[in-house]
Structure formats: C-alpha cells, structure tokens
Design a protein around this ligand. Structure first.
Ligand code: PLP
Ligand code: COI
Length: 359
C-alpha cells in the first residue's frame, strides 16, 4: 500500500476556534487542519502520499481538469460513538464506487485499502474535529481525484491527484427535519442512458445547477429528475436518491445506469427489512406518483443520501399538477427508518451488518 507521510500543521486552529465551529458547523463551510494527498503518474502508479496541512492547491492554468472536468468525488461520514471512539460508515462501499467512477471517467483506480487508509489517516490526525456523540453531527469526508496533466489535449491524463478533505457537518438542510419541496422537471434531464449518471463526477452536478435555480424560482428546494428517454420514470434528486412508502412496503427506483447507486439507498433496503418492512427496487412513473398520492396508497416519500441522511418530501410540483405528502409533516415510516439508520451510524444500535469501520 502507498505509505502516507505525516507533515503536521504547525498552526492548527485553537481549541476555542474549533469549539466555536463545532457548535454550529452547518454543511461544507469549515474544514479541518489537514488533508491527505496522493499522486498518480503513468508508469509509476500511486506515490507521494502525504498527510499535510489543509491548504490551497497550486494548478497551472492549463491543467487538464480545469478544461475537461476529468474529476470524481465521494462523500462519507465518521461518527463519534457513545464510548468516545470514532467509526466511519461503509468506507469500503465508497471506495468501490470511487473505483467505478474512476473507470467510467478514464482515471486510474485507487486500491480500496488505500482509499480507506487515506480517510482513516485524516480522521485520526484531526479526531478532535469529530463532533461529540449525542446529536446528528458527524465529520464529513470528501475524497476526490483530479486530472493534473498540463495541456489541452482531450485524452485521459497521465497524472492525477487524489485528495481527502474533512468538514464537520450538521444538517444539510437547515431548520431540523422538515420536509423539502420538489420540482419534478420534465424538460431538464440529469443523465442519459450510456452516459455518466451513475458516476460521481463533478460534471453531473454542474449540469444540475440551472435546473436547481429554476426549481428555486418555482419555490422548490430540490429538483427531481425523470428518465431522459420517456420523461416519465422517476430517477433521483440532484444529490439524493428517493424512496416511496406504500404502507409497509418501501420502493426505490431501480438502478438504470443513469442514477447514482447511493450507499444510503442500499443500506435502507436492508434496514427496512430489519424493521419488518418489505423493501424493493422498482420503476416508478411520475403519473403513478401523483395517482397513488391522490388515492392514498402512497403514504410517504423521502430522499436519502450521506449529506442529507433521510429527508422527508412534502410538496411536489410538476407539469401534471401539485400534491402534498403526509400533510407537510415528516412521515412515521420515514422517521423510523431515519432513527434506525442514525442509531447504527452513531453507535447507539448494534452494527449487525458490519457496516461501521472503526479507526
Ligand atoms: N444521488 C446523487 C446524485 C448523489 O450525489 C448522492 C450523494 O452522494 C446520492 C444520490 C446519495 O448517495 P449516498 O447515499 O452514497 O451518499
Ligand atoms: C453526499 O451526500 O455525500 C453528496 O455527495 C451529495 C452532495 C452534497 C452533492
């Protein structure tokens, strides 16, 4: 495995400054004292692993990633457990998805154990940044990789930089667990069959920004994307998967290749079964969503992802009309699943599936 050399920061934030941030971390606003970097060069492979002070990257203006967006990223969280120890949630699953994204974008695949060691090394060094046990706060880890070859040729680069940064995280949506409103867009698509929708690459998020701004203009928090061919099958939100609750059965859209295989989504298929619900992957159309809400069979809808955990869906607006779930309040099944998942992640409940990775 690539070794990671430690070059500690000579000026970490003071305990008081860090405590002030941890009292109200928000999401993605503050970063810890260190970062991990590992380089890849054609012919040499992975090398120069470093755990160094957090700071700017210096890039030549002709660096490949700045022009052609050869970039991938991940998101995972480390939690403080009741005994004060720290564990991350399914880092192996993120590492494998990072490899799949790398393959799709023509990048070298980082070994799973190197990905996990890089995350562990950063959390170990900046452990004081992991929020206390007791709330929903965690340390969000953001591994990413960029093409660093200098030049304007359009081809897979011959040099890459893998980086892990960390950010203490409170709720992704401020204001507690309150339902988000959704604009189901029938003209803007996120991803096409054969495209890169199932890779976690920055371009997918750039492509979602205009639709997100249009949703905001319609008074909605998030965009729900439909499939790009028939414009009727529900795929996902810009940064979250979706679940539909039919009484005791929960349904999430089938992985078609144009939506991201969320690790929260996958975990909930299991957590739901553990709680005695039936959980299935099925195609859900926008018409079915509306009709089943109106006839009362679809009882709740929620979104899920690492950053957003589980967030109830309230109002849905689309070209087919507007409807509301659970009277605009968080649904009962949604909240049960949310609590069960968070209990595993924060170490309150037994980790029967071996998902937690201790440092
Ligand atoms: N879908 C998209 C487009 C995302 O960016 C994310 C966030 O990572 C998810 C779904 C949820 O995935 P996960 O549960 O692995 O965080
Ligand atoms: C995550 O949930 O980790 C994500 O990557 C979503 C996001 C903040 C874009």
């Amino acid at each position: 495995m690539t070794t990671i050399e430690l070059k500690p920061s000579s000026s970490p934030l003071s305990d008081a400054e860090r405590a002030a941030i941890l009292a109200n971390p928000g999401f993605g606003r503050h970063f810890t004292d260190h970062m991990v970097t590992i380089r890849w060069t054609e012919g040499r492979g992975w090398h120069d692993g470093q755990l160094a002070p957090y700071g700017p990257l210096s890039l030549d203006p002709a660096t490949n990633v700045l022009h052609y967006a050869q970039e991938i990223f991940e998101g995972l969280k480390a939690y403080r457990r009741p005994d004060g120890s720290v564990a991350s949630f399914r880092p192996d699953a993120n590492a494998r998805r990072f490899q799949r994204s790398a393959h799709r974008i023509g990048m070298p695949e980082l070994p799973v154990e190197t990905f996990i060691e890089a995350c562990d090394a950063l959390v170990r060094q900046d452990e004081a940044w992991v929020p206390e046990h007791g709330g929903e706060e965690s340390l969000y880890l953001r591994p990413f990789m960029i093409a660093t070859e200098v030049g304007l040729g359009v081809r897979p680069a011959n040099e890459y930089l893998f980086v892990v940064i960390a950010s203490p995280a409170g709720p992704y949506f401020p204001g507690g667990v309150k339902p988000v409103s959704i604009w189901a867009s029938e003209d803007r698509v996120r991803a096409v069959p054969g495209g890169v929708g199932d890779a976690k690459t920055g371009g997918n998020y750039a492509a979602s920004l205009l639709a997100q701004a249009e949703a905001a203009a319609k008074g909605c928090d998030q965009v729900c994307y439909l499939d790009a061919v028939e414009h009727k099958w529900v795929e996902e939100l810009g940064g979250m998967n979706l679940y539909f609750v039919y009484g005791n059965k929960i349904v999430t859209p089938t992985l078609t290749g144009s939506l991201l295989a969320g690790i929260t989504r996958d975990s909930l298929l299991q957590v739901a079964r553990d709680l005695g619900y039936e959980s299935v992957e099925e195609r859900v159309s926008i018409d079915q969503w509306k009709t089943d809400t109106e006839n009362g069979t679809l009882t709740e809808v929620f979104a899920c992802g690492t950053a957003a955990v589980i967030t109830p869906v309230g109002t849905v607006k689309s070209a087919r009309g507007e409807w509301l779930h659970s009277g605009g309040r968080p649904g009962e099944v949604t909240m049960k699943l949310r609590e069960a998942l968070l209990d595993i992640q924060t170490g309150k409940a037994e980790d029967v599936h071996g998902w937690m990775h201790e440092l």
